[in-house]
Write a protein that binds this ligand. Sequence first.
Ligand SMILES: C[S@@+](CC[C@H](N)C(=O)[O-])C[C@H]1O[C@@H](n2cnc3c(N)ncnc32)[C@H](O)[C@@H]1O
Length: 255
Amino acid sequence: MRINVIYNENCSVTLDRLPKKCIDGIITSPPYNINTERSDCYYNNGYSNIDGLSEAEYLKLRTEEFTKFSKVLKEKGVICYNISYSKENPILPTLLVSKIHNETNLTIADIICWKKSNAIPFQTSPTKLSRLTELIYVFVKKSSLHTFRTNKKISKVNGKTGQRFFKNYTNYIEAKNNDGYRSNLKAAYSKDLCQQLINIYFPEGSLIYDPFSGIGTTQLSCIESHCNFIGSELMKEHYDISISRLQKKGLIFHS
Ligand SMILES: C[S@@+](CC[C@H](N)C(=O)[O-])C[C@H]1O[C@@H](n2cnc3c(N)ncnc32)[C@H](O)[C@@H]1O
């Protein structure tokens, strides 16, 4: 298995090739299916042509991916899955999370609220709120719900009982929306967010997979946090940008 590589292909293809239980975790943000029947305007997020499935197709595809994630994930591995919702179908992430819980051996260990620096105000909507936050669902194997691996640091140990106390880590992260890199991908997240997730869950040297790697934000964060990575990105345009961003770091990665 090659590591520190991004593959320009469908993540299903990469997942089929990866050995069982080879990765420590996943940090990713999938398509949100936001091109479905938008009634207000056409919004191109950079991959709109593949981001308008029916609800049933979307739930089936994403759940099948989770079955494959589970196969490549180590027993105590962690999946950080950042997903928000469209104005047309706000229930979709909730339906997806419960389908994954019901149909795979994964479940939710925590839900993190990410507060972004800013949100486009919904000032024309009489009902909907401006979305300043997004959720990160933290999935683990059901068998490891209380024993999954993290990077939490111990602050003290009770000498008599051996009870360990950890530094305080909260399920609230404030982080930039994105890295300010201009491209047609409008759905990139930030290194700021990724690094805070790595800090909670992944010790140095961990192998982190991003199945929807976009312009390479997860991979850049891995490098800066001394972790290893594998990525998959379907669209050549996004893949090329990710390679060029990595090369600017003086690192050359080809699939
Ligand atoms: C929400 S964006 C992720 C952006 C990424 N977190 C970043 O900061 O650059 C989703 C990405 O997944 C890609 N994508 C969609 N379906 C895919 C698939 N089946 N396999 C691999 N990549 C896919 C899209 O082209 C898009 O770049």
